[in-house]
Every structure is written in C-alpha cells, then in structure tokens.
Design a protein around this ligand. Structure first.
Ligand SMILES: Cc1cc2nc3c(=O)[nH]c(=O)nc-3n(C[C@H](O)[C@H](O)[C@H](O)COP(=O)(O)O)c2cc1C
Length: 339
C-alpha cells in the first residue's frame, strides 16, 4: 500500500508540524483539504496536548498526526547558563526587560505518549531523535503509525532500524529546527533523498524547500512517497503564526533566512533579524536551556509587535510563499484552481 493510502489522506502531502503555530483550527483545515494535518505538540504540556487532540477531533473526522520532541539528556552547567543569560541582557534592555525570570522547562514527553495512546491518535511523528524501545513498543501495540525525522542517511537508517514505519528526510532548506540527532551536517534535499531511498526500505517523506507543485512532483518522481511542507502553509489564513511572522514571510523575497542557534541552542532556520545579528559570537546555552532563557524575550517582543526579536522560522524558499486559505494553498500544490 502507498503511504498516502496508509495514512488515509487524499494528497501525498503532510502539513509540517510547527510547534507554537499549528492550532487545532489550522490542523483541521489542513486535514479537511485532504493532506495530513499535524499538531506540533513539542512545547505543549500533556493536558494541552490532550485539549488540542480533542479539539481537532471535534473539528474534523479526517486523519491527523501528533508530533513530539524527543527529549535529550543535556548536562546543565550553571556557569554556562549564567554566561548565556548575561549575553542576552543587551537584547532584554532593548525591549524593556532589564531582568527576567527564566524557569527551566521539563519535558512532558512520557505523559504526552500516554495521552496519545489514551486519545487513540493513529499517527505520531518525532523530531530531535528517536524514542526508546519501550515507547516504540507501547505505541505499536496500540496501532500507532510512527514517523521519524532524519537529516542525514545515518539517521534515516537508524529510524528504520528502531521500527519507524516511515521517515521524513529533512533537507537543509527546511524552515524551523533541524531534526538532527547524530550529526549537524547540512545536506540538500536533492542529495539526501536519493541516498536515503537507496539506504532504507520504509516510505520516505521529502521535506525542505517544497514551495510549489513542480517541486512536489519532482520529489515524488524521485521516489518520495509524500512531501512535508511547512513554510508554504505558514502564512495561511488559518495558521496560528503571529500576524507579524506571517507578514514577514509574505514580504520576503529571495532567501532571507539563516541558520541560528541563538533562540533555542539548536540549529534552526528563520528570517534574519536583529536578534540573530546581536547574538553573533556570544555564549549560547545548549538546547533546551537557551530556549528557556529566550522565552520571555520572544514573548515580550511578540506582545509589543517587535519582529526584530521574535523567532521568524521559515525555510529557504520563503520568497515564494503566497497567502490564502489552507484550501487555496493546497489547491496550488495539487492543481486545483484557486477558490
Ligand atoms: C515555523 C516552523 C516550525 C516548525 N516546527 C516543527 C516541529 O515542531 N516539529 C517538526 O518535526 N518540524 C518542525 N518544523 C520543520 C518542518 O517539519 C519541515 O521540516 C519544514 O517546514 C520543511 O521545510 P519548508 O519549511 O521549507 O517547507 C518547523 C518548521 C517551521 C517553518
């Protein structure tokens, strides 16, 4: 059976899980448009994950996935944290936050897995690593279809080995965080897709810079069973992205994005702004601590409408993004006339 049939979707497209952006309304609109909706639950508590799942179920009967961040063991070095906090002070001052509290977050991964099983979610995708054996066994026993993320061939091979049913191969062009967990090397989708197809037998989903119908068809003709698109849907009317984030995405021409660890401690691609420039060469805490340290700054900037200090995640093909409803955007990918 092909991947779209397996997932129960009409078009070979997965709406990229985008933590912080994929509101239930957006996910349901994507599902209704015939693509796989995905709740980006990475930053949610278990209860918020449950609420989001229930709301999507209320809004649509179509299939959808939940995406989780696989937690990592990161050593916490107090001195390193202090340095990283101090390095953020000039930015804090600029937006009227001379001091701020930065409580360290805790992963809700295990509790989220319990919610996924409890709520009967059928499809679960992962980024930043692969879950351990017990979690995989548990999810499989409950019939959950598992999708891993790989940014190089070794990660794709491991995803297959541990029992993922399919794998997203994320080229360097992709917006948002890199899913990398074995190495941070940057590989274009053009290179990564064929080498992954050669190395693994599970279905492959191509991600990174897929901005139009031609690129969708090209990736399918090269052997991808589906594509995962983020940036192209980011500015949709139903998307939960901050209005200024949407404006910046729609206004972008060419590739105005860079990879940066400045916001979270993990490499991620977004539209270049003052925050990224000011953080050049200063100490940065490892993920997830840098994310905790910058959380208040990002929230303050968002509430003040200051896009220079927000994380404006977007992929290399951001310049090609057009607005509209989810249905209109999906229509452009699958050849239906705009509504
Ligand atoms: C705003 C934004 C947030 C993202 N958040 C997540 C996430 O929570 N989980 C995940 O697996 N991928 C996340 N990604 C990466 C996407 O899954 C996908 O790899 C990427 O969007 C594909 O490239 P494109 O943006 O050029 O379409 C995010 C991407 C963007 C643009």
């Amino acid at each position: 059976m092909t991947l779209p049939k397996n997932l129960g979707i009409e078009h070979p497209i997965i709406q990229a899980p985008m933590a912080g952006i994929t509101t239930p309304e957006f996910v349901a609109a994507c599902a209704e448009a015939g693509v796989l909706g995905s709740i980006g639950a990475g930053y949610l508590s278990a209860e918020a994950t449950r609420d989001s799942i229930r709301e999507v179920k209320r809004l649509t009967n179509k299939p959808f996935a939940v995406n989780l961040f696989v937690p990592e063991q990161t050593e916490m070095d107090q001195e390193q944290l202090r340095q990283a906090y101090l390095a953020l002070h000039p930015i804090g001052k600029k937006i009227g936050l001379p001091f701020w509290k930065a409580p360290l977050s805790e992963s809700s991964f295990d509790a989220q897995i319990a919610v996924i099983i409890d709520e009967g979610v059928n499809i679960c995708s992962f980024t930043f690593g692969l879950p351990d054996e017990t979690v995989i066994r548990d999810l499989k026993e409950h019939g959950v279809y598992l999708i891993g993320t790989a940014t190089n061939v070794e990660e794709a091979i491991l995803a297959e080995k541990v029992g993922m049913d399919a794998v997203v191969v994320q080229g360097k062009e992709a917006g948002g965080h890199r899913g990398s967990f074995l190495s941070e090397e940057l590989i274009t989708l053009d290179e990564l897709l064929p080498s992954s197809i050669e190395a693994v037998r599970i279905p492959i989903i191509a991600a990174g810079g897929i901005a139009n119908r031609e690129q969708l068809e090209l990736q399918l003709s090269r052997g991808a069973q589906a594509v995962q698109i983020g940036t192209a849907l980011l500015a949709a009317d139903e998307s939960g992205a901050h209005p200024l984030h949407k404006e910046a995405v729609l206004a972008a021409t060419g590739n105005s994005t860079v990879l940066t660890k400045a916001f979270s401690g993990k490499p991620a691609r977004g539209i270049r702004n003052q925050f990224i420039d000011m953080m050049e060469g200063v100490p940065i805490a490892p993920y997830p601590y840098q994310n905790d340290l910058t959380k208040k700054i990002r929230a303050e900037a968002a509430s003040k409408g200051n896009l220079e200090f927000m994380s404006l995640w977007a992929g290399e093909r951001v310049g090609e993004t057009a607005g509209g409803t989810v249905e209109e955007i999906v229509g452009r990918f699958v050849g239906k006339a705009d509504g």
